[in-house]
Design a protein around this ligand. Sequence first.
Ligand code: ZN
Length: 549
Amino acid sequence: MEVIWKWALKNAIEHDGKALPKAVLPKVLGERPELRENIRGLMEEIEKVVEEVNSLSLEEQKERLRGIAPELLEKKEVKKELPELPNAEKGKVVLRLPPEPSKYLHIGHAIGFYINYLYAKKYDGKLILRFEDTNPTKVKEEYYEGIRKDLRKIGIKWDEEVIMSERLKLYYGYAEKLIEEGHAYVCTCEEEVIRKNRWEREECKCRFRSIEENMDLWKRMHEELYPGEAILRLRGDMRSDDAAMRDPTLFRIITDEHPLQGKKYRVWPTYDFAVSIEDGLSVTHVLRSSEFLARTNLQNHLRSLLGLRNPTIIHYSRINIIGFVTKGREIRKLISEGKISGWDDPRLVTIRAILRRGIHPKTIERLAKEVGLSLAQTNLEWDMIAGINREMIDDLANRYFFVPDPVRIEVKGAPKVTAKLKLHPNHPERGLRVIKTKGVFYIPKEEARPGLIRLKDLYNVELKKEREGLVGYYAGKEISKEVKKIQWVTEENVEVKVLVPDGLKLREVKGLGEKGMEKLRKGEIIQMERFGFGRVDERKPLTIIFGHR
Ligand SMILES: [Zn+2]
């Protein structure tokens, strides 16, 4: 039997060419649970195959497995490891996670953060969680703790935390150094003029102010000038082909209240300035996505002017998530329009949303290893996330019967049976679902048509169309490959609502679950047989969020 060969070969390859019948059995049963009915015969068959498999060389075993189930072979052999980092010394690597607390993180961020976390572990290094919160207009208080919580939930640990808005004095010091050395000037031009000059690569008159004048205006920025009246700019190169170098803004006046600092400051550094300093002061390796590539020149230049060391900067490909809204701005709009319920709405791929759908933290770790630091564009589709997640949760998810769109069927001649079904086919120790059946069942509407079916793990039923509707007749116990196995519940059942995310729609599938589902705990991940995996979101009424098939 091919299924035995497949698992015997895999087991042998994993154990230096020697398979164990006992290890093969649960794998075979996991795939073909109906074989349990003749377990002794099956075990004999497995022993025979294992003997044959063990007589082959490891190479021959691999060759055979490649022939019947290459997917099992590849997974073991292509064990993804992150490539070495350049200039990395064990114990001395410092990396950072840099969220802006203006939104919740999505799976793309999570993967990027995981890459940093895995490298910090690999080199016994230090990981800094750094809140880039120097734009008071965008930052909101709830996101600080929300982000920490999300990161903890997916298993990322950091060693130190930096809140950039607490370090403005430090940044001011560096700004003054630049002014005093003639590398920065206060520009009082109108915004439009500045934009036009950048486009036309022309300098403005402010560039020629004396250091004293600049220092005076810098002080006035903190005290009396209004937003838009003055900015501090780098004396860069207005003729540079690198647009970022054309006298970029280093500080601007923002009078909005900051969620942590209140009205304490009114002059705020730009992203490039603050980040250049932080990365230069404490970070050895910056791993970031390629959208930041254009900032590199400028940031390195700023550090050289400030006398700071340049970290090793590595860009990996931007991760696009296909078919989901990921931009903070767009999500905020959907929430305010009432089109989604919040940042944890299952139609999103924020960390909190995918956890609600039953995505396992290990799935994010695996994705991080697979995406690694690849420079090819990464398009992430739900199917890929689901494929990995299925492997991660298959073992932990207990099985239950859920019947969508249920149709009531009376089965004539039905024996009374006490069905004992395993919570998990490979884990008998988790116990049984004991269901007493009489003659009434509910099955999915799409299966309710004349013909022979098998009530899964129970018996066969012949469905016939009669005057009063569809009627079932008991049709024996023997198992046949051709007969479709259908999930079912009895009259002892519980109402279940499954929410299925579908683009920006959230389909509500109503149905019945077996009585035992009443005991499910919130947060539990289950497999609804023939329907899919999901996570319990509410206990009353029992609501499950669909993850994937
Ligand atoms: Zn100017």
